[in-house]
Design a protein around this ligand. Structure first.
Ligand SMILES: Cc1cc2nc3c(=O)[nH]c(=O)nc-3n(C[C@H](O)[C@H](O)[C@H](O)COP(=O)(O)OP(=O)(O)OC[C@H]3O[C@@H](n4cnc5c(N)ncnc54)[C@H](O)[C@@H]3O)c2cc1C
Length: 449
């Protein structure tokens, strides 16, 4: 056993909290400092797709009963991955696997619900209302973080898990840039009611649907159905253990998530107009309506039924990969070092993967198999490799520089893509290969590093 060490984590988001659970489970001293004032602050209401990478990381880091609660509080999983045109006609539809494996599988979760799961059972180590401002390295090698309220915290290792605009990164790696990808996205929720449920054909209702349209316009539709109703009570038909887990889980008290349809719309910043980031509510939804006159009437009906208070606009950011840096006792995980566009839907999953990997290396340091610095170095070497790869892959999928946004060539690219997909839609072996590739990319077959 090596000398015990203390880890301070800045940010109680997806990656920071997964790490905190992992270290707590490993008996490593850890404290988390979060700028939000309470556990229900912030806008965390939308869907996150947890892939096998993310799911395995949560399974590794959370205590078993909390992992089971995470699984029990997920929304019903999608059965289809659909590619549609702007009239919502099918271009390609892949049947997703029936997920028998509770760990190595895809899951749909509300961001708010995941946050509440991750904040369960660690109340003693999470400190709210602590806005990190700067750190200093002390003569004895320890590192001290200073907060806006005048307090400070000292540890042997400082982990930046403070997201895209990380203040730790700005001090530690000032040359690491986060830039706009040239894509703006708008998203909102429509309450799922008897009436709105009937708007969508079954494959869309039970699937994840992406819409590829002229001018590089992109849309996405998810239906999120949870095991509890609007009264906060477990729905009838939910199995015994899941029902018990949800009923006993204190996190539901802080969660305001109810069944909804989530729509998203993305386009290049040039098409949207720079002013869109200042729009809110009705004005934002109206902008999407004006940009989609030829889209299916049902898409506009969804816009009509939108809960305007949920409409958000995001100027999609992306990190610019940097070469490896010299390892010290300050490190980073998640969006703080590799912010990526949602092109591949792996931002949260990569943050979770980082947390699990760092937990394993710090456990090696706990056991005296590696020095603390070697543990961090080994973590950073792997993380920089897969993290920046994911950044570049995600940017390739969603970037204002993509040919689909160009006036003439964009039409040709879209037409070619649609023809290819329509043909593939009638070739079962090809569809199977595409499905296998999708699962492989999302980590279904990856060994833990
Ligand atoms: C609308 C939307 C949908 C998404 N969908 C998906 C998806 O389907 N799949 C997927 O994999 N990813 C998705 N992502 C990306 C994913 O949410 C992020 O990649 C992920 O949350 C990153 O986790 P993180 O821990 O690095 O940062 P975050 O979860 O952003 O956490 C950072 C935390 O640090 C805190 N903080 C910030 N500054 C300070 C400070 N100075 N002091 C103290 N605390 C601070 C913040 O309050 C926050 O709690 C989505 C993102 C958005 C916005």
């Amino acid at each position: 056993m090596a000398k015990p060490f203390h880890v301070i984590v800045i940010g109680a988001g997806t990656g920071g909290m997964c790490l905190a659970h992992g270290l707590k489970q490993a008996g490593i001293s850890v404290a988390v400092y979060e700028r939000d004032r309470t556990r229900s602050d912030g806008l965390y209401g939308y869907r996150v797709g947890i892939n096998p990478d993310g799911s395995r990381a949560l399974h590794q880091c959370l205590p078993q009963d909390l992992y089971d609660t995470f699984v029990a509080t997920c929304a019903r999983g999608p059965r289809y991955f659909n590619m549609l045109d702007e009239r919502l006609n099918e271009v390609l539809s892949l049947r997703l696997r029936d997920e028998a494996d509770a760990v190595n599988s895809e899951k749909s979760v509300s961001r708010m619900t995941l946050r509440q799961v991750l904040l369960t059972g660690v109340e003693d180590i999470v400190h709210f209302g602590k806005t990190f401002e700067r750190y200093e390295t002390n003569p004895d090698g320890a590192v001290t973080a200073f907060f806006a309220d005048g307090t400070s915290a000292t540890g042997d290792l400082l982990v930046a898990a403070d997201g895209t605009r990380s203040r730790v990164r700005r001090q530690y790696l000032p040359h690491a840039k986060v830039v706009s990808s040239g894509i703006i996205s708008v998203g909102a929720k429509v309450a799922l009611t008897e009436q709105t449920r009937e708007l969508l054909p079954p494959k869309i209702r039970y699937g994840i649907s992406t819409i590829f349209a002229p001018k590089g316009y992109f849309g996405i539709l998810h239906v999120m159905e949870f095991p509890w109703g609007t009264d906060g009570k477990v729905k009838s038909g939910i199995g015994g253990t899941d029902a018990e887990l949800i009923e006993q889980w204190p996190g539901l008290l802080y969660d305001n998530t109810h069944d909804y349809i989530n729509w998203g719309f993305a386009a290049s910043t040039k098409r949207f107009g720079e002013d869109v980031t200042r729009l809110r509510g009705e004005d934002l939804v109206e902008r999407v309506r004006q940009m989609t006159p030829n889209w299916a009437p049902v898409f506009h009906t969804l816009l009509d039924h939108t809960d305007l208070s949920t409409a958000v606009v995001i100027d999609q950011a992306t990190s610019e990969p940097i070469p490896a840096w010299t390892t010290t006792n300050v490190t980073l995980l998640g969006d703080a070092i590799h912010t990526m566009t949602p092109g591949r839907g792996v931002g949260a999953n990569t943050a979770l993967r980082d947390a699990a990997l760092l937990t394993r290396r710090l456990t090696d340091a706990r056991d005296g198999k590696l020095s603390l610095l070697d543990a961090v170095r080994r973590y950073e070497t792997r993380m920089i490799d897969y993290g920046f790869k994911a950044v570049l892959d995600s940017r390739k999928q969603q970037s204002g520089d993509n040919p689909v946004h160009k006036p003439v060539i964009g039409r040709l690219v879209l037409a070619g893509m649609r023809t290819g997909m329509r043909v593939a839609n009638h070739l079962p072996p090809f569809k199977k290969k595409m499905t296998d590739n999708l699962y492989r990319y999302r980590g279904a077959e990856r060994d833990d590093e």
